[in-house]
Design a protein around this ligand. Structure first.
Ligand code: HEM
Length: 498
């Protein structure tokens, strides 16, 4: 009996503590839209039920916030979370806060202190070295690799002509985007065939799902509890498979560098044909002067680049194929632009061609506006901050709602839900620089945008010149497992262009 009383007292004590601690934040959030909440749990129960439910909630929240022109407030347990999509507020938050909230700590089991998950102090130190690794000159030097991979993709897709819809992601795009990252940023070649196995693909997806479900399950937040769960066992197993890849990449590159150092440059160069400094080489070179760049830290950056650069590009390419596959008029316009640049030739795509792909760029932006592979990012408020219509109290987790910003009628007009690449060719699109958030915004935004645009344009130029893509987007159902994914698979059909 006494134990029961003690437990009840403890629960009441915790509740009172949380109540008092959250008093100021609740007051500041008082006028904001929110969901009804439960004691101790807050709004967690609204997000139970898997990726489709989470997507439905995000959609609902985005619509409410857009109608009311206010951020949406949530409580994940006792932790306040503010969902922000207004461009001016997004600009203020992303330019002010560089710390990531503790949800990102969960990802460290996989990505260590790589750029995405690093605490602010480590990020500040490393971004100085890494930030320029994907500048225009470097990306231009990668163009022959992008072209070769795009050419490979078309040759492989030709084998699907006349067949039923197939999973373009699992069979092709995941391979070629990983091979491109390995050859360019990591400086190793012919690796994807041996490592992108179904096991790798499943491990990747498994990690994403487990990380999200941990984030939403406050009982699994303390490490001490999480380590006892079956989920921990699963993620450890999947992470080991993924780490094996980064370890293999680093070993391969280190051997190639040794060969070059030993004046066997000729032999080493056979497997590293293009002449450029890979991102991994920059880090390996810096190792001698920067003691913080340990083997573990470099491995974490490699894991980060694979996740950040492969999955996002692959998913965006799928959505582009899906969109142009069900909108023949868009695909024809795209083809006409390619024809005006290349004529009837299927010659390689060079960097000068990329600048002429104006409509192609509009198609990419419009796809990213409506289907951002990263539907939201987070920042931790390490001090109070005044936004347009409310104050963000210190300790809040700010969620930048990329999905909501792209679908905002307030920002994009009444046709925000319509796929219309032409809007990007009209004057002043987007209206506000922080209205388009697919690559995030402000400090800690994506450093691979130039890379991503170049490889995607090159792949589109190859595909559209030789093939016609066909899809059924009306059957598209979405889910969120950190990334925005089609719940209904990545189905596409291809025909030969006559
Ligand atoms: C369509 C393609 C891409 C999209 C939509 C995209 C989107 C994003 C977003 C939203 C972030 C912010 C993440 C956060 O704050 O938590 C980010 C960060 C990052 N991206 Fe990308 N990305 C793409 C391609 C790439 C590529 C190709 C690379 C490299 C080859 C890359 C490297 C990075 C890195 C290193 C960061 C972390 C930056 C930092 O924290 O300083 N991304 N990306």
């Amino acid at each position: 009996m006494l134990t029961l009383y003690l437990v009840i007292l403890l629960v009441i004590g915790i509740y009172l503590l949380i109540y008092v601690k959250g008093y100021r934040t609740r007051k500041l959030f008082a006028g904001l839209p929110t969901y009804p909440r439960l004691p101790l749990l807050g709004n967690v129960h609204w997000f139970l039920g898997g990726g489709r439910i989470i997507f439905q909630r995000l959609k609902e929240i985005s619509e409410i916030a857009d109608q009311k022109n206010l951020p949406f407030a949530l409580w994940m347990g006792y932790l306040p979370l503010l969902i922000i999509s207004d461009p001016e507020d997004v600009k203020t938050v992303t330019n002010t806060f560089i710390e990531k909230p503790y949800y990102y700590n969960f990802g460290r089991i996989w990505l260590g202190n790589g750029l995405i998950t690093a605490p602010a102090a480590i990020w500040k130190h490393n971004i100085k070295n890494i930030g320029s690794a994907f500048n225009a000159t470097v990306v231009d030097s990668y163009q022959p690799v992008f072209d070769a991979q795009a050419h490979n993709l078309v040759q492989q897709l030709k084998g699907e002509v006349g067949r039923k819809p197939f999973d373009i992601m699992k069979k092709y795009i995941a391979f070629i985007t990983l091979e491109a990252i390995c050859q360019t940023a990591l400086g190793v070649s012919q690796i994807s065939e041996s490592i992108i196995t179904t096991e790798y693909y499943n491990a990747f997806n498994n990690c994403m799902e487990l990380l999200l479900s941990r984030g939403l399950n406050i009982l699994q937040h303390p490490n001490i509890v999480y380590r006892l769960t079956p989920s921990y066992k699963q993620i450890t197993k999947s992470v080991a498979i993924l780490h094996n890849v980064s370890e293999m990449v680093m070993t391969k590159r280190t051997i190639e560098r040794e060969k070059m150092k030993n004046n066997n440059a000729l032999e080493a160069n056979k497997s590293v044909s293009p002449k450029f400094k890979a991102f991994l080489d920059i880090l390996l070179d810096l190792r001698s002067i920067d003691p913080t760049l340990t083997h573990q830290q470099i491995k974490s950056e490699v894991d980060t680049i694979i996740v950040a650069g492969q999955e996002t590009v692959a998913t965006t390419l799928f959505y582009i194929f899906l969109m142009i596959g069900c909108k023949p008029q868009v695909q024809e316009k795209l083809y006409n632009e390619m024809h005006s640049i290349f004529g009837d030739s299927t010659r390689p795509v060079v960097k000068e061609d990329l600048d002429r792909m104006i409509y192609c760029e509009a198609v990419i932006y419009e796809t990213l506006r409506m289907y951002p592979p990263v539907p939201g990012v987070m920042r931790y408020a390490d001090r109070d901050l005044q936004l347009k219509n409310c104050t963000v109290p210190k300790g809040t987790c700010c969620c930048i709602n990329t999905w909501g910003a792209g679908r905002s009628k307030r920002v994009w007009g009444p046709d925000a839900e319509e796929y219309r690449p032409e809007r990007w060719l009209e004057e002043k699109a987007p209206g506000h620089p922080a209205a388009f958030l697919a690559f995030s915004y402000g400090r800690r935004a994506c450093i691979g945008k130039k890379y991503a645009m170049a490889i995607m344009k090159t792949i589109m130029a190859h595909c559209v010149r030789e093939l016609v893509l066909v899809s059924q987007a009306d059957k598209l159902e979405l889910r969120i497992d950190l990334a925005l994914r089609p719940a209904s698979g990545h189905l596409i059909q291809v025909k030969t262009r006559q």
